[in-house]
Design a protein around this ligand. Structure first.
Ligand code: G6P
Length: 351
């Protein structure tokens, strides 16, 4: 069985375990400027009525979390566009385009920027403000995660979500759509995140090894969630694919009955991000009835419990830690080098 220690010699393990620290650092940097509206105002961008996120891979999953926070907290529309498919997508008046890319060098994102219609503001959310993307846009915000070496993004994902959610809250305050008292309550929720990430890592470390053993022979996995949990399910499936070379599909749990349930057979691992949505119980029962192996991550009573505040502006963020560790644990167990997955690159600078 695998173990994850702070002395782990792979970068990915160290970067997963460093997430609470990275989140704390980021909050020290931006936390005080969220509820005042300053984080948004300092960017010098015009007021917007809708958000369009353009990104690839893990950054796209982070963008989905941020966009749904904007809709949930501010009632504003959002869309997420895969950067390689962004050309020709219609941009409505009043749209803020947020290009998310930890490297700021991804060719698909840079091309989407070049092909963006004129006259619409673009904000980049990057881990390196001096990157090509950071230098070419109207405004740039750093996710300040520090260097990330593992090809599979981990701490940059968490930091993108934190600063992006802060940005959403800050812009809603600045545009008079949210009062400062509510913003302060939400910021207090963000300050809980580092501790929640640490607790989630501790729970996963204690409880994952036997689960990893159990699913090591599985050929394919399903990842399910609802609401804000959907993007985290997608990220869990992406991590698993990237470093374990197992097939993994993520779905909104309600879609199970419209197709993926046909994949479930005796022992099929089905990982559920359980944020407490009562409708998940029915989905879980459907999987169990077909012999699927349910692994729940989230609320009390889950296979791996993680602290969640139900009204948290970024949804069940702490659930991503066990999802990352499940992928890493399985990769280690199968003898793969998680830091250098086959066929993949940290930053893809070709189309
Ligand atoms: C590559 C990496 C992924 C990453 C994606 C987007 O495919 O392997 O981990 O999510 O690029 O990278 P970016 O730097 O734009 O966030």
């Amino acid at each position: 069985t695998f173990s994850l220690t702070l002395e782990a010699d792979d970068h990915m393990a160290a970067e997963i375990l460093e997430q609470p620290e990275a989140a704390t650092r980021l909050l020290e940097e931006v936390g005080g400027r969220i509820a005042t509206g300053a984080l948004w105002n300092d960017l010098g961008l015009p007021r917007f009525d809708r958000m369009r996120v353009v990104a690839c891979g893990t950054s796209l999953n982070a963008g989905e979390v941020i966009g749904s926070a904007l809709s949930r907290l501010g009632g504003l529309a959002h869309s997420s566009v895969v950067a390689s498919e962004a050309a020709g997508s219609v941009v409505e008046p009043g749209t803020l385009t947020v290009m998310m890319s930890q490297s700021g060098e991804t060719a698909d994102v840079l091309r989407a920027l070049d092909e963006s219609p004129e006259g619409f503001p673009v904000l980049a959310l990057v881990n390196n403000v001096h990157s090509t993307l950071g230098r070419k846009v109207d405004a740039v915000l750093s996710c300040s995660a520090g260097p990330e070496i593992g090809v599979a993004a981990t701490k940059t994902f968490v930091c993108q979500i934190l600063v992006g959610t802060g940005l959403v809250i800050s812009s809603l305050v600045a545009s008079g759509r949210m009062d400062t008292a509510q913003a302060r309550r939400l910021v207090n929720d963000l300050y809980l995140v580092p501790e929640q990430l640490a607790e989630a890592a501790a729970a996963a470390r204690a409880l994952l090894p036997p689960l990893v053993d159990e699913v090591r022979g599985a050929k394919g996995f399903l990842f399910l969630g609802r609401g804000a949990g959907v993007a985290y399910a997608a990220e869990g499936a992406l991590k698993l694919k990237e470093i374990t070379y197992r097939w993994a599909e993520a779905y909104p749990a309600g879609e199970l009955k419209h197709g993926p349930l046909a994949l479930v057979e005796q022992g099929t691992p089905v990982v559920v991000v359980d944020d407490g949505d009562p409708r998940l119980a029915g989905n879980i029962a459907e999987v169990r009835a077909r012999g699927g192996r349910i692994i729940t991550i989230g609320r009390a009573g889950s296979s791996i419990e993680v602290p969640l505040s139900l009204a948290a502006p970024c949804g069940p963020l702490a659930a991503v830690v066990p999802l990352q560790m499940l992928a890493l644990g399985l990769a280690v167990e199968l003898g793969f080098d998680a830091d250098k997955p086959r066929n993949l690159a940290k930053s893809v600078t070709v189309d």
